[in-house]
Ligand binder design. Structure first.
Ligand code: HEC
Ligand code: HEC
Ligand code: HEC
Length: 348
């Protein structure tokens, strides 16, 4: 006997299969325990699907320059606080609890070579559904993702000594009233002297106004100021620790509160585009942060971030003071403004 395939039969068969799947799910027989793992074929199929998806989406959604090598200290510090628990790190084993998940997180020192730069960026930025691999905690910080992707790229050749040199800097100091270990986490990125360990993306904290440091730590903790690195570092601080850490770093030598330079026209303001003089607020005795002597790439990064995406229409942009002012600075002026501020006074 031959069975002829007609449209009607095909649709009925598809319906029957669908009902069977629902009955199977309803019966509770589906094994969802992580301890049972996947069959080898399911494992292969899921990973194959994931690879194809990452390849397709990264081709469209990753930037042309997906890696940035300039901020390895910050990326490594964030890897230690947010990723190593699942993935492990050079000389550091992953948590056995996390390795008991299905699928367990891979050892990136082995698997990073299997992915292109654009793919690494995409995975770190977007995460992977159904696996526990999280998306980047700050949606609007692709600059941070690029630095992390560059760090992951280096993992296969990184020795435990090199990793420790990136994530550790502590002279054993402590701040009374701050839990042990918290300060060492800060200094791992910011350095014992609050100078940011020579990293262009980590600002100088020394000499900065303590009230501003405390306020901005609160903004990170609540997510008002976005940075996956600092949101993670600030999330667990209590109010008392925030004030004490702000006072601790602020008391170090670093920035000096002097009058702003005026050697760039945008700093003097421009009534024609409603750009106020920066010294209206950034001046000795006023509450806005000290800009003189701060790192140029960091200052430029903040101004670019406030300008936001050109494609977002004005009505949806925030009306907060600095974003509004930053949007009145021309994009091509930003580097000049940042350099003029950073060079004054010249840092030793
Ligand atoms: C809760 C555990 C968990 C955390 C935390 C985590 N990951 Fe993952 N990650 C995974 C799992 C599981 C996979 C495997 C996904 C797959 O293969 O389907 C993965 C995959 C990856 C991959 C792709 C490599 C590969 O071979 O699959 C990269 C790159 C990666 N993670 C980077 C990071 C970074 C960077 C962080 C920190 C910001 C991080 N992960 C945090 C669980 C985690
Ligand atoms: C993983 C690295 C890392 C760790 C850990 C870290 N920071 Fe930061 N911190 C940064 C980076 C990078 C920035 C710049 C973030 C940005 O672009 O907004 C920053 C910014 C800051 C700022 C804002 C400075 C300004 O001028 O606006 C403060 C304050 C600060 N950190 C304090 C701390 C304290 C206190 C700790 C410890 C609880 C800490 N940080 C831990 C990397 C780190
Ligand atoms: C009306 C007051 C005001 C004026 C005018 C002003 N600022 Fe600001 N600025 C602020 C405040 C307040 C902050 C702190 C924002 C925050 O908490 O994130 C700030 C922060 C900044 C920062 C970030 C500093 C850091 O350490 O992260 C930069 C860069 C900056 N301003 C540049 C400028 C420039 C350039 C001008 C002139 C074109 C200017 N500002 C004019 C009030 C002002």
């Amino acid at each position: 006997m031959t069975i002829r395939i007609t449209w009607k039969r095909a649709i009925l068969a598809a319906l029957a299969l669908g009902i069977a799947a629902i009955l199977f799910a309803w019966s509770g027989a589906m094994q969802i325990s992580a301890s049972s793992g996947h069959w080898r074929i399911t494992d292969w199929f899921l990973h194959w699907t994931m690879r194809n998806s990452v390849r397709t989406y990264s081709a469209f959604q990753s930037p042309d320059d997906p890696l940035d090598d300039s901020g390895l200290v910050g990326a490594a510090g964030h890897f230690r606080q947010s990723c190593a628990v699942c993935h492990g790190a050079p000389g550091v084993r992953p948590s056995p609890v996390m390795q008991a998940a299905t699928p367990p997180a891979p050892d990136l020192a082995k698997t990073a070579v299997e992915w292109s730069d654009r793919e690494l960026f995409w995975i770190v930025r977007h995460g992977v559904k159904f696996t526990g691999m999280p998306a980047w905690a700050a949606e609007d910080r692709p600059d941070e993702v690029r630095r992390m992707a560059a760090f992951v790229r280096r993992l296969p050749s990184m020795t435990p000594t090199q990793y420790r040199a990136l994530v550790e800097e502590s002279d054993g100091q402590s701040v009374p009233g701050v839990r042990p270990g918290v300060l060492a986490a800060c200094t791992g990125c910011h350095g014992n002297d609050g100078g940011g360990r020579g990293q262009p993306d980590i600002p100088v904290l020394g000499g900065q106004k303590p009230a501003y440091l405390a306020a901005t730590l609160r903004d990170y903790a609540t997510g008002k100021r976005s940075s996956a690195l600092m949101q993670t570092a600030a999330a667990t601080l209590n109010e008392d620790e925030i004030t004490r850490l702000a006072a601790h770093f602020s008391a170090m030598p670093g920035l000096t509160d002097i009058a702003l330079p005026t050697n760039h026209p945008a700093l003097r303001g421009d009534p024609a585009r409603q750009l106020p003089a920066c010294s209206n607020c950034h001046a000795p005795g006023k509450s806005a942060p000290i800009l003189t002597g701060q790192k140029a790439p960091y200052l430029a990064g903040r101004l670019h971030h406030w300008q936001g995406e050109e494609t977002v229409v004005d009505a949806r942009k925030t009306a907060d003071t600095m974003p509004t002012i930053a949007r009145r600075i021309r994009v091509e002026e930003i580097d000049g403004v940042a350099k003029a501020l950073a060079a004054n006074p010249p840092r030793p």
